[in-house]
Write a protein that binds this ligand. Structure first.
Ligand code: GDP
Ligand code: IMO
Ligand code: MG
Length: 432
């Protein structure tokens, strides 16, 4: 290796100053517990993007996009794949279940998504989720239930076990699959050996040839997209801040970094090349899984998991968590979705602070036992009792809805750039 050239960009051999950072990627992230409407926001921005990327998670994500009355759901494919002019990239930070990937593409092709395979690039460094990872995910959940009387409520897509393999340094990557197959089989055997419960037949080889044309060195691809001919790069976060392995409500979290750092590590984007960071938050709060259901919001909001079909628990908007997500992500703007779901309510509450033993606390507690003890302080707003689904601009919204939005904006300290009032692309009010 020529050490003299180590700080120089590989593509050109030219020295670059720190001020000449190149392109900046726009990042869209969930600010709550997932299902905030990231897919819809990405779809909106993707019309103007050259590359739309997933950086973390796997097919535990379920992103809905409604275009011309047709509903698409994406789990591993970036939602931007709908835009026939953009390239979609699955980055190294994603864990890929290959049968799931192709099933998803083929299913959407039947709905009218043309030529997706030619527009998809898969990083050779991405880790593979095997069927046995999914089986182990299910077994671990059963074990947790038996041992502790509760489980995490995972999607059973093998996400935790696949990231465990990655962290244990026994995981297999896309580049391994496309290399020497004998070598791959041997590594696979070593991997399964670690998971003593199941030894299913090796079936992923059938996907290797279909996958081969899509695979690239993701780091170099991103480097070129940032520093070559200018490309608009959009990163689609999956899952959300409160599900982040480091910052979420551990252990009831997923196994990746769903906050802004995940965009850097999961795609090879230097922090200097991160531009706008858009946080997506619903006008209320939901969480997939077990527990009491805020019946009205659940029914009106069709709050059912896209990946699992489970009812989502619903409650008032909790601004403490959105502020916490902002502390970590540094949002440059917020998309507030599903305002229309609140249209029928007489009054609307918003959680503004947490109290512990009668005293306000400034931080979001790390410990779940402490979190269960906090008392939420609410502000109450009069409902607008008006259908907002046809509103297309700020002035179309009732004054009481405008008040609600302005309060949220001021409380988080981040401008709200979009307000969602329905499922489809056009049901999004752009504020500036
Ligand atoms: P994601 O995982 O963050 O992409 O969100 P999901 O797709 O899992 O869940 C969001 C659900 O809300 C989907 O069914 C969307 O079609 C729907 N949705 C998104 N924005 C709005 C909105 O502003 N109003 C209404 N009524 N539905 C919306
Ligand atoms: P999108 O991208 C909502 C939740 C699961 C479970 C926990 C761990 O659609 O917003 P996992 O299978 O990841 O090990 O499950 O995380 N979860 C989500 N909840 N939306 C998601 O993704 C989620 N991804 C994971 O329900 O509680
Ligand atoms: Mg979802």
């Amino acid at each position: 290796m020529n050490h003299k050239n180590m700080n120089q960009p590989a593509a050109t051999g030219q020295k670059r100053s720190r001020n000449d950072a190149g392109n900046k990627a726009t990042v869209v992230l969930g600010a709550q517990w997932g299902d905030e409407g990231k897919g819809k926001v990405v779809d909106l921005l993707a019309t103007d993007a050259d590359v739309v990327c997933r950086c973390q998670g796997g097919n535990n994500a379920g992103h809905t996009v409604v275009v011309d009355g047709k509903e698409y759901d994406f789990h591993l494919l970036p939602s931007g794949i709908i835009n026939s002019k953009s390239i979609s990239l699955i980055g190294n930070g994603v864990v890929i279940h290959l049968p799931g990937l192709f099933e998803e593409g083929d299913k959407n092709e039947k709905k009218g998504l043309k030529g997706w395979e030619k527009r998809l690039i898969v990083s050779d460094r991405a880790h593979i989720v095997f069927d046995f990872h999914q089986v182990v995910d299910g077994l671990q959940e059963t074990e947790r239930q038996a041992q502790e009387g509760k489980n995490i409520g995972t999607t059973k897509k093998g996400i935790g076990p696949a990231y465990s393999s990655k962290a244990s340094r026994t995981g297999l990557r896309v580049c391994d699959l496309l290399g020497d197959f004998k070598d791959f089989s041997m590594k696979f055997k070593n991997l399964v050996h670690q998971f003593q419960s199941m030894y299913p037949a090796l079936t992923v080889d059938e996907y290797a040839e279909r996958l081969r044309p899509m695979v690239r060195d993701g780091v170099y691809y991103m480097y070129e997209a940032l520093h070559g001919s200018p490309k608009k790069i959009l990163v689609e976060g999956a899952n959300a801040a409160l599900l982040d392995i480091d910052f979420g409500t551990y252990p009831f979290v997923t196994s990746s970094n769903c906050t802004v750092g995940g965009a850097c590590t999961g795609l090879g984007i230097p922090p200097l090349n991160i531009g706008d960071v858009f946080g997506v938050s619903k006008a209320y709060t939901t969480r997939v899984g077990i527990g009491a259901v805020g019946e009205l919001l659940q029914t009106r909001g069709h709050e059912v998991g896209v990946t699992t079909g489970r009812k989502r628990r619903c409650g008032w908007l909790d601004l403490v968590i959105v502020r916490y997500a902002h502390m970590i992500n540094g949002f440059t703007a917020i998309a507030l979705t599903k305002l229309d779901i609140l249209d029928v309510l007489d009054e609307i509450k918003v959680g503004v602070a947490y109290k512990l033993n009668g005293k306000r606390i400034p931080h979001f507690p790390a410990n779940m036992d402490v979190l269960h003890k906090v008392e939420v302080e609410y502000e109450t707003f009069p409902g607008w009792k008006t259908d907002t689904s046809a509103a297309r601009k700020w002035n179309d919204l009732p004054a009481k809805a405008q008040n609600y939005i302005r309060f949220i904006e001021n409380h988080i300290g981040v401008p709200i750039k979009w307000v969602g009032v329905g499922k489809s692309r056009e049901c999004m009010i752009q504020m500036f």
